[in-house]
Design a protein around this ligand. Structure first.
Ligand code: UD1
Length: 420
């Protein structure tokens, strides 16, 4: 299994190109199932999760093909010939559950392996199922699979989410686009990735209003058509490299990054002493002085993203104060804490909060993590640590960060991938 070795202590300096958002590309790819015509997607990041979604869609009968040579443009199209999402794919990537809504809307049936627990908590999909039930679908559990059926078309409904769910909002938005009548999604998630999906659906002929708000109104249409769509920049990749630049006391230009999707992240980074300016073509991040402790609580968008919590904690580990980091979205999303502590951090977890007492320096160590963002937080920490850090289980990073070590090495980091 590959590992990444970092020798810390070099300030990052240079430019990093920010890719398309994984969490936007995945649902938009699933939306290709809503039409037989061709969906042409550009700015798709080259990531393991994108490949997994491509495999899943191919297994449902779609042709998923790269266009051109950059590997970032995909053509998706074709008829659904198989309505089963198998265990072997769903267990690798929970976002596979996003095919449920499109399958039911197009074929009236879906058999999707029940996503299990994962390292950041139980992550059920009950809200997806309840919403689809309100639209006329019925479900039963059979051999670890959710068997869904609907007679005729899904029907428009008013769905009030009891709490905010990104995946459930996306699944129901796709289902509602082809439903009979009007659907209202209230207390919907407002993440920019949902806006991206909604804009792509509208380009395919859907009639969605209220985009970027917590109330989406969808007038169902009988069929959708092909379209071209460019995926938005990845705000989490942007925030991650901003933390990397900041922890090393460096200065980096993040090309293609978007300020408007990063409000809470930028506010908290500035509070911590990081300079962030909008420049033509992206964002410039630099840190000249010390880092201050800044408290943060994860919340649905526009709040501070749970997907930035681990990286921000690594930064706070070397601040000149203390910070309280509270996780409200996922239980059990502090696996990085014990590993950061092995690198010399002083972090204590009390329930859903972690108290981070800054230390003057971290020291390199062999570490590993069991999810994507926890893994990258160890990379961020390693960039500033004294000596050598080896991050194991790199496949988590490959799910969400394209060319991570190349991008960091180009800015002067001493980082390399060790094979085997
Ligand atoms: C998406 C993102 C993930 C991010 C998360 C929160 C993708 C592919 N993944 O995940 O990177 O961390 O949003 O911003 O876009 N829940 C239920 N029942 C449900 C659905 C969710 O109880 O039916 C709970 C979850 O366990 C969690 C919370 O709701 O505690 C939020 O989950 P959700 O917003 O649905 O996250 P995902 O869509 O899985």
């Amino acid at each position: 299994m590959d590992r990444i070795r970092i020798r810390g202590g070099r300030p990052l300096s240079g430019e990093i190109g920010i890719g398309g958002a994984k969490n936007a590309a995945l649902p938009v790819m699933a939306a290709a199932m809503l039409t037989d015509e061709r969906l042409l997607l550009s700015n798709v990041p080259r990531l393991a999760d994108i490949q997994t979604m491509g495999l899943l869609l191919a297994q449902h009968g779609l042709a998923v093909e790269p266009v051109g040579n950059d590997g970032r443009t995909l053509s998706l199209g074709g008829t659904i010939t198989n309505t089963e999402a198998p265990y072997d794919i769903v267990r690798k990537m929970r976002a596979s559950a996003l095919v449920l809504g499109p399958l039911l809307a197009r074929t009236g049936e879906a058999r999707v392996s029940m996503p299990g627990g994962c390292s950041i908590g139980a992550r059920p999909i009950d809200l997806h199922l309840k919403g689809l039930e309100q639209m006329g679908a019925t479900f039963r559990l059979d051999g670890g699979y959710i068997d869904g059926r609907v007679t005729g078309r899904l029907r428009g409904a008013t769905i009030v989410f009891p709490f905010v769910s990104v995946g459930a909002t996306e699944n129901l938005l796709m289902a509602a686009s082809l439903a009979d009548g009007r659907t209202v999604l209230a207390n919907a998630a407002r993440e920019p990735e949902i806006g991206d999906l909604a804009r792509c659906l509208n380009a395919m002929g859907a009639r969605i209003e209220g985009i970027d708000s917590d109330r989406l109104t969808v007038e169902g249409v009988a069929c959708l058509h092909g379209a071209s769509h460019a995926i938005i920049a990845d705000r989490i990749e942007t925030g991650t490299y901003a933390c990397a630049a900041a922890i090393t006391g460096g200065e980096v230009m993040l090309n293609n990054a978007r300020l408007d999707h990063l409000g809470a992240t930028i506010r908290i980074l500035r509070e911590a002493g990081v300079e962030i300016d909008e420049r033509p073509g992206g964002l410039r991040v630099r840190r000249l002085n010390g880092l201050h402790g800044a408290d943060v609580m994860t919340e649905p968008y526009p709040g501070f993203p749970t997907d930035m919590q681990a990286q921000f904690m690594a930064l706070m580990a070397v601040s000149d104060g203390a910070a309280m980091v509270t996780e409200t979205i996922f239980e059990n999303r502090f696996m990085h804490v014990s590993e950061l502590n092995r690198m010399g951090a002083r972090i204590n977890v009390h329930g859903a909060s972690a108290i981070v007492r800054g230390v003057s320096a971290l020291s390199g160590a062999p570490v590993m993590a069991t999810d994507l963002r926890a893994s990258v937080s160890l990379i961020v920490a390693g960039l500033a640590a004294r000596g050598e850090t080896v991050v194991n289980r790199v496949y988590h990073l490959d799910r969400g960060y394209e060319a991570l070590e190349q991008k960091l090495a180009a800015c002067g980091a001493d980082i390399e991938r060790l094979s085997g």
